[in-house]
Structure formats: C-alpha cells, structure tokens
Design a protein around this ligand. Structure first.
Ligand code: NDP
Ligand code: 8X3
Length: 253
C-alpha cells in the first residue's frame, strides 16, 4: 500500500469513523482491534463503499509481543504507515479511586498508555527512515481536567498529551508530525464499555446533551492529516457546545 493509515481501535466509535473519513481522502487502511469478526465486517463495508485497500490485524495493544509481531508483519507487507492513529482506548468504571478495581486500573493503563507508547515505538523508526509520517494520538479533555471517579482514566489521557509533546521534541529534525486530539463528550459505545455493558446507565450519560458524534472527531482528524508538509497541528481540543470543561455538561433534557 503506498499511502496508508494504521488505526488501532478501528472497529467502533471514533476509530471506525476515522477509518471511513481517511478512506474518503484516498488513504489505504490497516485496521487493528481485538475483535476479528468485527474487523472483517468493517473491511467488507469500507471496501464495498470505497476504492481503497483495507488490511486487518487482530491485535490487543496490551500485549507487547503481539505489537512486535503485528507491526513487523505490517512493515514488511505494507511499508511504513503515512499515519499512525492511536485510537484504541477505554475507561473502566466511575468510582472514587479507593473503590476502583485493580483490574480496571491495569486495563486502562495497559491500553491507553502502554499500548499507545509501544505502537508508536514500533512504527517510529520506519517513519524516520522515510522521513515521512504523522502520529495522531487520542487524548481527551479528561487529560486536561480531572473529574470525579475517573482519576486513572484522566491520568492516562494526561499521559498521552505529555507523551505526544515529548515525541514531537524528539523528532524535531525530521518531517514527522505529532498531534494530540482531545475530544470532550462523544456519543459512542465508550460509556457502555466504561459501565461494563450497562446500556441504560451508558444511555443516561448522553441524555439531554447534544453530544459530539464520532464523525465530528473523524472529520477533524482527516483535516489534521490533510495539511501541507509545513503545517503541524499539535493539539486539538473539541468540546460539545453544551460542555464547559471536562465533565461539566449542561443537561437540557
Ligand atoms: P469505542 O469503545 O467506541 O471504541 C474503542 C475501540 O478500541 C474499539 O474499536 C475497540 O475494539 C478498541 N480497543 C479497546 N481495547 C483495545 C485493546 N486492548 N487493543 C486493541 N483495540 C482495543 O470508544 P471511542 O471511539 O469513544 O474511543 C476511542 C478513543 O477516543 C479512546 O482512546 C477514548 O479514550 C478516546 N476518547 C473518547 C471520547 C468519548 O467521549 N467517546 C472522548 C475523548 C476521547 P475491540 O474491543 O475489538 O478491541
Ligand atoms: C472520554 C470523554 O467525558 O469521559 O474521554 O471525558 S469524558
């Protein structure tokens, strides 16, 4: 594939919408997530609607060995990605920290921080060798403003922002770009995942709020990716119109 985007978390929400938005710009796609069947469905859907090649990689970004295996296979089959979209991420639970389950803490840290850091490390040398590439990381307004019950999630997103800034410094002598996308409330399966499958509780998060949609963020990601070589958009913060800070949302309903 000549110019392609590698997207983690490509089967749902912002990652899926971004895959479609980047395909619409003509990028080939390498899609990664844990659910293989869903990956194949997305591949079929996108290839059926758009004339772009789509490759799929079943991958749990918490698994360092799997990252090494998948990224080296991807590099030898497809070459260096033009875009690495580190989207895979999640929140688990919304309890005071003293009640937060250890497995939830570890899942957030291993997915949102460890996975994202290792994905970047795996692809960066090939991007540097080509002197071309754009690393786009999903942070969150949660990384800018902590909120109750989300100490770990917020800290992981603050880590994404700081990590992106650090990598941008380290690649300053190259043409590589690094961007942190920091959305506020986006209506996706995110809350259902956070509440361990409790659909009713998840739906209440978005009740009475004209929340951002995955496509809103995807369009911004496509815009960020589509700039001339001299233009590097370092950070984008996007809130819903009804949102003032991380979790301060006006409920009109
Ligand atoms: P979704 O739950 O809709 O999508 C998450 C995606 O990540 C899925 O494709 C999922 O696929 C994948 N994923 C989860 N864990 C792993 C893993 N260990 N390895 C590989 N893939 C994984 O959530 P969103 O689209 O809302 O969230 C996407 C990103 O945006 C996250 O980083 C989130 O923190 C961030 N964000 C979301 C906001 C929101 O309000 N929704 C706001 C700000 C930021 P699978 O389960 O098959 O692995
Ligand atoms: C996810 C959105 O509202 O939990 O980053 O900060 S929120």
């Amino acid at each position: 594939m000549s110019s392609y985007a590698f997207i983690t978390g490509a089967t749902s929400g912002i990652g899926l919408a971004s895959a479609k938005a980047l395909a619409a710009k003509g990028y080939g796609l390498a899609l990664a997530a844990r659910n293989k069947e869903k990956l194949e469905e997305v591949k079929k859907e996108i290839e059926g609607a758009m004339a772009v090649p789509v490759a799929c990689f079943e991958l749990d970004v918490r698994d360092a060995d799997a990252i090494r295996e998948v990224t080296s296979r991807c590099l030898s089959e497809l070459g260096a990605p033009r875009i690495l979209l580190n989207d895979a991420g999640l929140a688990r639970g919304l309890e005071p920290y003293g009640e937060t389950k250890e497995e939830d803490i570890l899942q957030m840290i291993d997915t949102n921080i460890k996975g994202l850091f290792l994905m970047t490390r795996a692809f960066l040398p090939a991007m540097l060798e080509k002197n071309e590439g754009h690393i786009i990381n999903l942070g969150s307004t949660a990384g800018l403003y902590a909120y109750a019950g989300a100490a770990v999630y917020c800290a992981t997103k603050a880590a994404v922002k700081t990590f992106s800034d650090g990598v941008r410094i380290d690649v300053i002598d190259s043409d590589i770009k690094v961007t942190t996308i920091q959305p506020g409330i986006v209506e996706t399966p995110f809350s259902e995942v956070r509440f361990h499958g409790d659909k009713e509780r998840a739906a209440r998060v978005y009740e009475g709020v004209d929340a951002l949609q995955a496509e809103d963020i995807a369009n911004i990601i496509a815009f960020v990716a589509d700039q001339p070589k001299r233009v590097q958009i370092s950070d984008v913060v996007i809130m819903a119109n009804q949102q003032a800070t991380g979790f301060m949302v006006s409920k009109k309903g």
